[in-house]
Design a protein around this ligand. Structure first.
Ligand code: KDG
Length: 332
């Protein structure tokens, strides 16, 4: 079995060669982005088996995505080519150092990936992992994509553990449209990642991680990310479910209610894009390895630090032995 299958749209990404407004930047460097494939690439780079399921255009950018993601060691054999729709691309500007304000220009409407549906992706390949990692971005792409997420998160015997990163991207939703959908999908998942800021933006939740947990009591593991401060993990305060999924969810040390806070690392931020994906990948890696819950958060922070300190969306994860030593520093 594959450890983690990640399903979602990836894009060729254009990073600015200098600071400034989109209107002024004269040239861009090609890179790749895509929240879910970022997770798959980092996990594969760290020695886990990972598969990316998606659709790309039958074009050069599609070739580039498949080749680059494949080169991380991710299984890309279930990625389908769409002869009629292009691969999505996006451009962004460098963030303002003080505020991280940056511009993003997506060219993804009508992309090959936006045509993902239960009929156009390889469903058995998507369901074959121990963990299926999904994100709220996919739900925003089209009605077909939302239908696919509903199909994949529906209860069914032998369903993989569903990991869901809310990834609220307001520019992909019409005003207020995403709130109910993102809540529905998060409630159907086993492991949920959400930023405090996203929870406020999408659902109007203020009042900290506990208020987010009150809105989302269902997931066995809920991670509320508090930006540069840190993250709080809520584990279910109930008996583990049967079998491997239960063991992975609750691990040896069950998180005490009401939540375990672990501070983030202090780093010189180059670009925040991709940090959430790196956090999810680090957390999932530690979860797959059965590490105690505080260490899962520490691995999340260590992997996020790697992404925060590079300009691209995707970073190389820290070496496992090194990260393990750092994650164990306070002895918990
Ligand atoms: O999390 C990083 C992603 O936002 C980036 O790689 C692009 O997938 C992307 C998106 O839809 O914004």
């Amino acid at each position: 079995t594959v450890d983690v299958v990640a399903l979602g749209e990836s894009m060729v990404t254009f990073l600015p060669t200098r600071p400034g407004r989109l209107a002024d930047v004269p040239s861009f460097d090609r890179s790749i982005g895509g929240a879910e494939s970022n997770v798959a690439c980092m996990l594969a780079a760290a020695g886990h088996s990972a598969r990316w399921v998606s659709r790309v255009g039958d074009d050069g950018f599609g070739d580039h995505l498949v080749e680059t993601i494949g080169a991380y060691g991710v299984d890309v054999t279930a990625v389908r080519r769409d002869p009629a729709r292009p691969t999505g691309v996006y451009f962004r500007t460098a963030g303002d150092r003080a505020t991280d304000a940056h511009e993003v220009a997506y060219y993804r409407a009508g992309s090959a990936a936006s045509a993902m549906s239960p009929a156009t992706v390889d469903l058995p390949a998507a369901r074959a992992g121990r963990v299926l990692h999904l994100s709220g971005i996919t739900a925003a792409l089209s009605a077909d994509c939302l239908g696919l997420l509903r199909e994949l998160t529906a209860p069914r015997p032998g369903r993989p553990l569903i990991s869901f990163d809310v990834n609220h991207r307001s520019r992909l939703w019409r005003d207020g449209e995403g709130a109910a959908v993102l809540l529905e999908l998060a409630r159907a998942a086993d492991v949920v990642f959400v930023g405090e800021d996203e929870a406020e933006e999408a659902w109007g939740v203020t009042g900290g991680p506990e208020a987010v947990r009150a809105l989302l009591p269902e997931p066995g593991l809920l991670v509320v990310k508090e930006g540069a401060r840190g993250a709080t993990l809520f584990g279910a305060n109930r008996a583990p479910k049967e079998g491997a999924r239960g063991a992975m969810l609750f691990g040896a040390n069950r998180a005490p209610s009401p939540g375990t806070f672990v501070p983030a690392l202090t780093v010189d931020v180059v670009a925040t894009t991709g940090a959430g994906d790196a956090f999810a990948a680090g957390f999932l890696s530690a979860t797959l390895r059965g590490l105690p819950q505080r260490r899962r958060l520490r691995h999340g922070h260590l992997w996020a630090a790697a992404a925060l300190t590079v300009p691209g969306d995707l970073a190389t994860p820290p070496a496992r032995d090194h990260a393990d030593r750092l994650a164990a520093l306070d002895g918990t």
